[in-house]
Design a protein around this ligand. Sequence first.
Ligand code: PLP
Length: 734
Amino acid sequence: MNKTPRTPAELTELTVGLNRLARNLWWTWNQEAQEIFQELSPRGWQNLYHNGVAVLHEVSDYELRVRFQDADFAHRVRDVLKTFDDYLKDPQTWGDQNAPALKKNPVAYFSMEFGFHETLPIAAGGLGILAGDHAKSASDLGIGFMGISLFYRQGYFQQSFNQDNWQTEYYTLLNPKNLPMEPVLNARGEPVVCSMRIAMSEVYFQAWRVNVGRNTVYLLDTNRPENEQHYRDLTLRVYGGDSSTRIMQEMLLGVGGVRLLRALGAQPSVFHMNEGHAAFLTLELIREKISAGRSFTEALTATKTECLFTTHTPVEAGHDRFSLDLMGYVANIFQSQLKLTLDELMALGRVNPNDKNESFCMTVLALKMSRSANGVSELHGQVSRQMWHALFPDKQVEEVPIGHITNGVHLLCWMKGPLRRYWRRKLNFHSDSDPHQPLSGDTTTLLRKKPAVPWDAKINSPEFWARMADPDFISDEELWALRYKLRRELIEFTRRRLLIQGQRLTQGDFIAFDQLLNPDALTIGFARRFATYKRAPLIFQQFHSIVKLVHDKQRPVQFIYAGKAHPRDDEGKRFIQHIIHLSKHSELEGKLVFIENYDVHVARQMVSGCDVWLNNPRRPLEASGTSGMKAGCHGCLNLSILDGWWREGYDGTNGFAIGGDSHPDSVEEQDRRDSENLYRALTEEVIPTFYNRDATGIPRQWIQKIRRAMVTLVPQFNTWRMVQEYAQKYYCTK
Ligand SMILES: *Cc1c(COP(=O)(O)O)cnc(C)c1O
């Protein structure tokens, strides 16, 4: 039945198909597609950092044609292409049934950053990751969705360290030809170029399309020959430059984004601002209506019915504020277009329109211009209502119109490859809804069957994860074996990375990297941006007690850290320096390691291999947090302050809490208490439960917690649920 392709037409079809596949990020959440790229060039796959497009450039067309003579390989390629096409064409999506109006008039989702995959490093952190996961789930659900962001040709920085363990930054140039993106062209095959006024100049920009399953995310790019060099460099780096770069980038995102959509003929029904960065889009929408003859007030009222706003942080520095000077110079075009004085323009971004000392706040503009607004967890909703109460002086705090939708993650993207296969096999072998199950482990048979409910729907369903409570479905032994496999993979990954890091610095000193870390030890992970409110070094306040814990022969504990500090955040850099110093020059050496250059790939390794995911932000500043949500499907348990999502997720049985559902006003007091509570949870709950083994060596209670985490957290804290909630609460209602 495995017919060898021989005709030139067949060979061309497969070659074209594979190229099309590489340029759609769908392959980043399809295991079989990734395995095809990997098999084509295993070394290239590794060296080019899992980049399907770059791998195809490694392999000549001639080689491809020869490789397709391998009947099994050709067959698998055809299977994947069929699955891909079925996915793209599926007429029965959730969106078709629940949000059909968005097909014609989609959601336009604006975000300063999108974190899709390690090959396209244009995100700085959680905000971008969330946007990427939102786009992927909007595609899976079949929701009409277009994304807008910027193409940063140097991306976000790469992290390195000098001899003093001080973070240094360097940038690499991204080459669009080698990335899963394509230029946006007009009917004549030329780039679509739009322009807008910034300060005294007309600035031109083109766009790149990133195919995210069924949907497109457009990345704007000012690197055009028409522009002066400093405008060409406007889109050089994520959050690069100073506040004048920032305001210009935000004008490009907001105004430029709307112009591009119009140039493409798009008529979105909703403009969703992911964070205040995008809020200038509202001024462009008003301008459009004024040029169509409406008054400013009419235009404003009409614009407000089209816009939604999601706020992402209670941290003050997370809310962009621009001075009168910047607004009057860089953004002065808004005055003439909207026929406003500078003071009237400023008033749109002020809590108190009459306060001449207030700067222009993008969050305030977004809140004033939206029909609905939301925070990203229940607690963050409350905090935001308080924070912005002054904007709604005639309302009680509880009535401030900011709701909440708790964040999620795109499950399949965060699931480690082998685990996708594992859960898939579990689904296919044991699903009640599909009685015609194949009985052997022949995965090719599995792949050829099109199940009634698609795999991405099943893997997100509460029904599937509910089965994790059942020892007949999955035994303690099997779960424990899985945990061991994933922990070992992480430790070997870490050893490899530390070898590379160490080669640069130790210059010949012998370090036994292959003995670093203990594959049997309770492994605690911490990785996120090193924003100071996240308090990365908190646990080391109890230094001497922690030293005892890591050296306990019977019940050892070890720590893996990773994360980047913003290039201008010296306090965050000091945190990293401190941790690296401890990892090299204290009694924690060998029991604490820091992996450099945290990114999506490192995150995936860590959340899958660690036993415990540590999160100790200063409450209530972690609006949601998402890295802990990536842990559940791998059987990694959360140990976290009851802030953000964990305050909703934790139920007493599915992980561990640090402290209670309240916090003192004093920051010093909070830090002191949290550090004690963290140590107490660790020594009284986490370590004893992990090491409490029965006669056969299995930690039954620990595994019970893993089961509870899978049942209660995984189907809840994902973007499949989150995007449905956005659609039902916000996108489809006026
Ligand atoms: C998930 C993720 C984040 C967000 O983590 P938080 O817990 O929300 O801080 C940041 N960066 C990367 C690379 C991630 O994968």
